[in-house]
Design a protein around this ligand. Structure first.
Ligand code: TMP
Length: 236
């Protein structure tokens, strides 16, 4: 399978068309951004690490009956995927209060939520990805009410699988962001799941092991990413 035309370049990945019209290749970059591009940098080998972690997690989800866009890991940085019509909804799942939940609602960071919270954000960089409810999403035409029900229940199912997987590896899954897309009458999980898109805290020390280290200049970013990779792959 070879890359043909560059279809899209995002902040952390490039997406290429291939010689098969329903397949694309996601190439993971080392570029890092935060706060919707206001902060920019690179994280050495992030692309390699995030591709490895994402491929492992998408395989895990497939094994648990959750359909994803993953076809196969092609190389260090390349993931072969089914081509999706991306749904412009970012689905965030939260188990523990952090980030914008703390900022917006005044939860104390680290407060353990009795039930996971699922939130929808409009995927639109020009508008700074605003939080939205189902009615906004339907009115905007980004998803149907039926699709939103599927996104929420799919996100909850993914949370159960991932939470246990990470607990077994001594990591708390604090929160994470998912993207979904349409492919041949099905909704598949797309994008990536990595320390760029999740918050992970060490189970014993609560040390932050994710992109918050880059966002807030905490240092040790590369070490945190590679430690997550090690724990994700070590029990295989
Ligand atoms: P937040 O607390 O900043 O809303 O982020 C919630 C989760 O979503 C966190 O794990 C980071 C992830 N996330 C992304 O992957 N992309 C984004 O653009 C944002 C804002 C958050």
């Amino acid at each position: 399978m070879t890359k043909t035309t560059l279809l899209h370049e995002g902040k952390a990945k490039k997406v290429f068309l291939t010689d098969q019209s329903d397949l694309v290749i996601q190439e993971f970059k080392d570029d890092a951004t935060a706060f919707n591009n206001k902060k920019k940098g690179t994280i050495a080998d992030k692309g390699v690490v995030n591709n490895a972690i994402s491929c492992r997690l998408f395989t895990l989800l497939e094994e648990q009956g959750i359909r994803t866009h993953l076809v196969e890991k092609l190389s260090d940085r390349d993931m072969l995927c089914k081509r999706l019509d991306i749904i412009k909804v970012e689905v965030v799942v939260r188990n523990i209060a952090a980030g914008s939940l703390v900022k917006r609602y005044g939860f104390k960071e680290g407060f353990v939520l009795q039930q996971p919270i699922v939130e929808f954000y409009l995927k639109d960089d020009d508008l700074d990805d605003p939080l939205m409810n189902d009615a906004h999403a339907v009115a905007l035409g980004v998803a149907t009410a039926e699709e939103l029900v599927i996104l929420k229940s799919r996100a909850e199912a993914i949370n159960l699988v991932l939470r246990q997987f990470f607990a077994d590896r001594k990591l708390k899954l604090v929160d994470f962001k998912l993207e979904f897309g349409r492919h041949k009458n099905e909704i598949l999980l797309g994008d990536e799941i990595s320390p760029d898109t999740c918050r992970f805290w060490d189970l014993d020390t609560n040390e932050k092991m994710d992109k918050d280290r880059f966002r807030f200049d905490m240092g040790g970013v590369e070490n945190a990413y590679s430690e997550v990779q090690k724990r994700v792959l070590e029990l295989d």
